[in-house]
Design a protein around this ligand. Structure first.
Ligand code: COA
Length: 440
């Protein structure tokens, strides 16, 4: 690296331990999510806490990874670190469960739409320090947030101190994804290979659902795909489509396959025509290489990408997301299992609303009809958790038993359509429940 910012870089470059000294006890801190998690910084903060000179940290974040699980999100840290998590994963579920077993509340879940996270972190939380991974600085003094623009680009500018972990494996991504060295307080370098997410094989019902959803996607559609095995499965059936566009919260390997197959041109998009747009990316090395220095793929902050008004500027938006439970009117609980927070609402409602407001758009919510080897129906008379997508917003629901477009249907028609999507073993009970609730 050479250029006018070389000296600035050298003056801000420090060891992880020196960078960790910037943090103060009793403050709010936030870390980049997913691949934005900075492993060496987390390790150094962990060591400072263990040495007994840092405590009472409120840690704000979405979607954590193994690096945080091995450091600040260890159960042993819970006297010093108070996780304020906006999307639960396996680490948070295990922490909550162990705390509960020991009569302690260690995990604080904060409900928020993903689109609103930047505002929450910049206007409602006094952030002292933000830490994240970035790609190496360019000759103009800019680092890129790479795979993780999401809330990082806002939090980095609203926190009192921002420390970045430079990693040459982090792709340099175009869009509104840059931060200048003048906005940064400390730099460390750590060139650890980026995490590659294991891909779960879709099972037979999911494959069938994938085929049915793919039939609902015409040439020229502008796609958003949610998290899980199902979206990748849908992508597998879309390779022969023409002129697809991508405007998505999460960019995942299935969509990269579509780009490489030539099915995506983004030609028909009204916003960022010719460009794939995302706010965070999680997948494999092949995908990270495709993002690197690629002018056809842009990332923007989540408050822009997930803003329903912005989503709806494109025509023919098709959003595809998964859920855990759907009631007889079509309302979805996509985040709570057996009375416990399982994940979060993420950007599901953002995209359901954006797709609905898009000319010719459609939101699709899918799940298999049962869980636990058929014992539990995912179509239920009443949700057992919060409403992630309300009945007034839901458009199309898909299970392995078919496709139901609910817009414009009466309560009775919706209940009949939803019962037809349930597994035959559960239909009689659902019908009886619908009668008892005066829906049928
Ligand atoms: N009752 C009991 N168990 C259930 C259940 C139900 N109603 N529904 C699912 N389960 C079980 C499954 O059997 C599975 O168990 P296993 O791990 O033992 O196999 C587990 O819960 C997870 O279900 P699955 O359908 O495999 O979840 P997933 O990994 O595909 O994720 C969501 C689905 C809904 C949790 C996930 O998409 C999510 O968090 N969505 C909300 C956010 C969102 O949509 N964002 C959009 C943009 S990215």
């Amino acid at each position: 690296m050479t250029g006018p910012f070389e000296q600035d870089y050298a003056s801000k470059l420090c060891s992880p331990a020196e960078a960790a000294n910037i943090l103060s006890s009793g403050t709010n801190i936030s870390m980049g999510m997913a691949l934005g998690e900075p492993p060496a910084l987390l390790q150094a903060i962990n060591e400072r806490i263990e040495a007994g000179n840092l405590t009472e940290l409120k840690l704000w974040y979405f979607h954590s990874m193994p690096e945080a699980a091995a450091t600040l999100l260890r159960y042993e840290m819970m006297d010093h670190v108070h996780p304020h998590c906006m999307f639960m994963g396996p680490t948070e579920r295990a922490l909550a469960e162990r705390g509960e077993a020991e009569g302690r509340k260690v995990l604080n879940f904060v409900p928020v739409a993903f689109s609103d996270a930047p505002r929450l972190l910049s206007q409602h939380v006094e952030l002292d320090t933000f830490i994240t991974t970035v790609s190496p600085m360019d000759k103009h003094g800019y680092f890129s947030f790479g795979t993780n623009n999401d809330y990082a680009s806002t939090a980095a500018r609203s926190a009192r101190h921002t420390i970045v972990e430079v990693n040459r494996h982090m792709p340099r991504v175009f869009g509104d994804s840059m931060i200048h060295i003048s906005e940064i307080d400390g730099i460390i370098e750590n060139h650890a290979p980026l995490f590659e997410a294991p891909e779960r094989e879709a099972h037979a019902e999911e494959r069938h659902i994938g085929e049915m959803i793919a039939e609902l996607v015409p040439d020229g559609a502008c796609l958003q795909m949610g998290i899980g095995a199902l979206p990748n499965e849908v992508c597998g059936h879309l390779k022969s489509r023409r002129d697809l566009g991508i405007h998505t919260e999460l960019l995942s390997p299935g969509m990269v396959d579509l780009i490489e197959a030539g099915a995506v041109t983004n030609r028909q998009k009204n916003t960022f025509p010719g460009r794939t747009v995302f706010t965070f990316a999680l997948g494999n090395r092949r995908m990270y290489d495709l993002l690197d220095d690629n002018p056809a793929i842009n990332s923007h902050p989540v408050n822009i990408v997930n803003d329903p008004r912005h989503i709806a500027k494109n025509d023919g938006v098709i959003s595809i997301n998964a859920t855990l439970q759907v009631d007889l009117f079509g309302a979805c609980n996509s985040e709570n299992l057996a009375g416990r927070q399982y994940s979060g609402s993420g950007g599901q409602l953002d995209f359901v609303r954006g797709a609905r407001a898009s000319k010719g758009g459609r939101s699709i919510i899918a799940c298999t009809s049962t869980a636990k080897k058929g014992a539990i129906s995912r179509i239920v008379p009443e949700l057992t958790g919060p409403v992630t997508t309300p009945r007034n917003d839901v458009d199309t629901v898909v299970t392995e038993y078919g496709v139901a477009r609910l817009i414009g249907l009466s309560g009775e028609e919706r209940a009949r359509a939803m019962i037809a999507l349930a597994h035959p073993d559960h239909r009689a009970d659902l019908e009886a429940a619908a009668r008892k609730a005066h829906i049928l």
